[in-house]
Design a protein around this ligand. Structure first.
Ligand code: ZN
Length: 290
């Protein structure tokens, strides 16, 4: 994982982190990465992991890694407690995102530092490389399509001074920042990024931390490209995959209401998810970066 992100940092591209909660969505992500020879991060939130099963997700990813020889990293997305972090690590996850952003600043630091120290213990005991991502700033929204307009307040954004202090006091490998991004797709507003703020954060942190952008769905392509130039190396995409899946499924069920074979019913969803992942891999610049 570190190697994959280090190479992205040096090569000025980003690796997509794509969420899944079913075997066919995981397969669609892997097939897209395989066709474009791209490293990939596949993620489950706590809810998604509970649905597919964390140990089962890890076993599936292991099988895909073996079958494709691709660097596929399994990541816990928005772990909210030490308990869920422990579960993911026991199941075999390679990367942990601990999200303490809803806590007070001091609580977020204390909890994130505790996770980093727990993971360090595991690394030493079992000789496993596990990367920890912290989160700072107020990330609005959820991974769905929002009818209401997005309103991001200046105080929601990650402060460069706090980011530096947070990284020093917690020892995280990566940091998810808020620079105008939000979870989900907002129909009534443009999700523009504050690139100046990103440059200031980069300046404050230097190259020792990997910068992560959540809410990759719905951000203008130009802003994504500029954010990558300014040092973003991991971009999370969930909502656009969910929408592609749902649209494909609804269309298929409407057109062939008597079809009962799951792999036929799910084929359009599979194709739609795969094509979104391919678009994102191209946009993020990780195509051919094995
Ligand atoms: Zn997120």
């Amino acid at each position: 994982m570190k190697e994959v992100l280090k190479r992205a940092q040096e090569g000025q591209y980003a690796v997509g982190s794509f969420n899944f909660s079913t075997a066919e969505v995981l397969k669609a992500i892997v097939m897209a990465a395989k066709e474009l020879n791209s490293p990939t991060i596949v993620s489950t939130s706590e809810g998604e992991g509970e649905f597919i099963g964390m140990a089962e997700a890890a076993a599936l990813v292991g099988a895909w890694r073996h079958g494709t020889k691709l660097p596929i990293i399994l990541n816990l997305d928005h772990g909210k407690s030490l308990e869920s972090v422990k579960k993911a690590i026991e199941a075999g996850y390679d990367a942990i995102h601990f999200d303490g952003s809803a806590m007070s600043y001091d609580e977020n630091i204390a909890n994130t530092a505790a996770i980093v120290s727990y993971v360090k213990g595991i690394k030493e005991k079992f000789d496993r490389e596990i990367i920890v991502e912290g989160e700072l700033g107020y990330l609005r929204g959820s991974s769905s399509v929002h009818e209401e307009a997005l309103e991001i307040k200046p105080e929601d954004l990650t402060s460069p001074e706090q980011a530096k202090d947070f990284v020093e006091r917690t020892g995280v490998d990566s940091l998810a920042i808020v620079i105008g991004n939000a979870h989900g797709i907002f129909l009534k507003s443009e999700e523009g990024l504050n690139l100046e703020r990103l440059a200031q954060i980069r300046e404050a942190l230097g190259e020792k931390v990997f910068l992560v952008l959540h809410g990759g769905s719905g951000i203008p392509e130009d802003d994504i490209k500029k954010a990558i130039e300014l040092g973003i190396v991991k971009i999370n995409v969930n909502t656009e995959l969910r929408v592609a899946y749902q649209v494909g499924l609804v269309k298929e069920l409407k057109e062939k209401p008597t079809e009962t074979t799951p792999y036929k019913i799910l084929a359009p969803s599979f194709d739609a998810v795969k094509s979104v992942v391919k678009e994102k891999i191209k946009l993020f610049g990780s195509e051919g970066k094995l």
